[in-house]
Design a protein around this ligand. Structure first.
Ligand code: ACO
Length: 313
């Protein structure tokens, strides 16, 4: 018995916000943003909510507008429409499903790997045949658009995968963890019950950067070791899309060459929990990976949280 990703999907809102647009909003430049991060533009959801973005990503993954046959919906998000019902329940309802298990997972930018880990564990132990795992975010709502050190980094979007239980093994292993002692380096306080206005994202970018590089590289090495897979066997590295320099440094530490890294942060910025499933979907649709290929996903985010996963498509 194994668990496999049988299809992928994604959705990004239409509105494009370029670095040149940001030049008119805060004291910054296309040159600064490009050289420090690799980001050129990002998408902004003007009216669509996180659950609407998520629903469109699931429809893209399923290739149809209903999902009565899904047994489990998990959404990774740090920007749910509301405290409850969960985003997963809203997506379930949009897909006309009235019976599945549905809930959200909160692990910031690592959310998708956490959600995949939970879905994989539940599927192996319970009578769940078919699951949808989603990463969906509307970070534009929790950004201080006057803070040039953070507003240039993030964007909105959603990605999803469909998992099925079957003969073949597709999810080969995880390395996953958290260290909450770093809670003050990256946070959004006020959507929680301790919160006070303003409810913007706060980040000590420099410190996050250094720990992100070290932790992502360590986590990826751990999952390679646990699964006995060598970096050479990996067809594509699909990292969390936060910053080109972070990705480049992690890949160097792993000995993975540039042509085996998938990057789309130039188009979307950091979409937090949505970044890996959007990137995976684009990699599949562009033919960069296909059936039988090994993909290494690695993420890092607020908490701090981190996670890596190797899948055979
Ligand atoms: N435009 C122009 N100048 C800016 C901007 C901007 N948008 N933002 C900051 N600066 C200035 C600063 O004020 C500072 O000026 P000073 O030297 O006069 O004080 C200077 O640029 C350098 O600032 P640093 O913060 O040291 O710049 P750094 O090279 O670290 O780049 C960045 C900042 C891009 C945020 C980087 O630290 C980073 O990417 N960190 C990781 C953060 C991240 O991706 N977090 C997302 C969640 S975690 C994750 O997803 C991995």
């Amino acid at each position: 018995m194994g668990i496999k990703i049988v299809s992928t999907g994604s959705y990004v809102p239409e509105k494009v916000l370029t670095n040149f647009d940001l030049e008119k909003m805060v004291e910054t430049s296309d040159e600064w943003i490009t050289t420090r991060t690799g980001i050129k533009e990002r998408r902004i959801a003007e009216s669509e909510t996180t659950s609407e973005l998520a629903t469109k990503a699931v429809i893209s993954a399923l290739g149809r507008e209903t999902g009565e046959d899904i047994d489990l919906f998990i959404t990774a998000t740090a920007t749910p429409d509301m405290f409850f019902p969960s985003t997963a329940c809203l997506v379930q309802s949009n897909l006309k499903n009235k019976r599945a298990v549905a809930f959200d997972v909160s692990a910031a930018c690592t959310g998708f790997i956490y959600a995949l880990y939970v879905a994989d564990s539940i599927m192996r132990t319970k009578e769940i045949e078919k699951a949808v795992v989603i990463g969906a975010e509307r970070f534009s709502k929790i950004i201080d658009w006057k803070d040039r050190s953070t507003c240039i980094l993030f964007g909105d979007g959603a990605g999803a995968v469909v998992l099925e239980k079957g003969e073949e093994e597709g999810i080969l292993g995880f390395d996953i963890g958290a260290d909450g002692s770093y809670k003050d380096l990256l946070k959004v306080e006020s959507v929680g019950s301790n919160g006070e206005y303003p409810w913007y994202l706060f980040m000590k970018g420099n410190e996050v950067f250094k720990i992100a590089v070290r932790t992502m590289a360590e986590s990826a090495k751990n999952v390679l070791e646990k699964t006995g897979i060598s970096p050479d066997e990996i067809k594509l590295l699909v990292p969390h899309q936060a910053n080109y320099r972070i990705i480049d440094a992690v890949a160097k530490r792993l000995g993975i060459k540039n042509d085996k890294i998938f990057i789309n942060l130039d188009k979307y910025g950091n979409t937090s929990a949505a970044s890996i499933p959007i990137a995976l979907d684009e990699a599949v649709r562009e033919g960069r990976v296909g059936k039988g290929d090994l993909v290494l996903m690695v993420a890092f985010g607020g908490g701090f949280t981190w996670g890596s996963c190797i899948v055979r498509l």
